[in-house]
Design a protein around this ligand. Sequence first.
Ligand SMILES: [Cu+2]
Length: 160
Amino acid sequence: MKVNQLSALALAVCLGGFAQGAMAHALKCGDLNVAHPYAMPTLAGSKVGAAYFIAIKNNGKEADQLVGAKSDVASSVEIHEMSLDNNVMKMRAVPEVQLPAGYEVTFKHGQANGYHLMLIDLKKPLKQGDKFPVTLKFNRAGECQADVWVEAPKPDAHKH
Ligand SMILES: [Cu+2]
């Protein structure tokens, strides 16, 4: 995959806001609470997609780490970190995300420093209204399956 494709996608996912609250779902995985896994709809022919959560909260007494993810909809799933570098949004793959005890880590799109799951080599486009499973792998909590909802961000929640 070319870097400029990834940048274009990063920009695209950054342009929308997300309306919270209306329809929320969450996953409990051991001491972790994964709030509202969702993915942006993709255009026909797009080979990559991105999945987000409102947040992952660690309600336990010990730190945990998100160390991987996989899904049937894509050949591989990478953990990506977004960062703003000279006003250019960039993303890079990271091996894990720290989930300190008692903290909530956000995976929302449109954040200058946020995480998301990159769905690499999509087998079919993600359509609004679809749901698909993603298996999340944590060091302590183990593996849990998240139900990811495909939904477009609402323009009225635009924050840029
Ligand atoms: Cu990415």
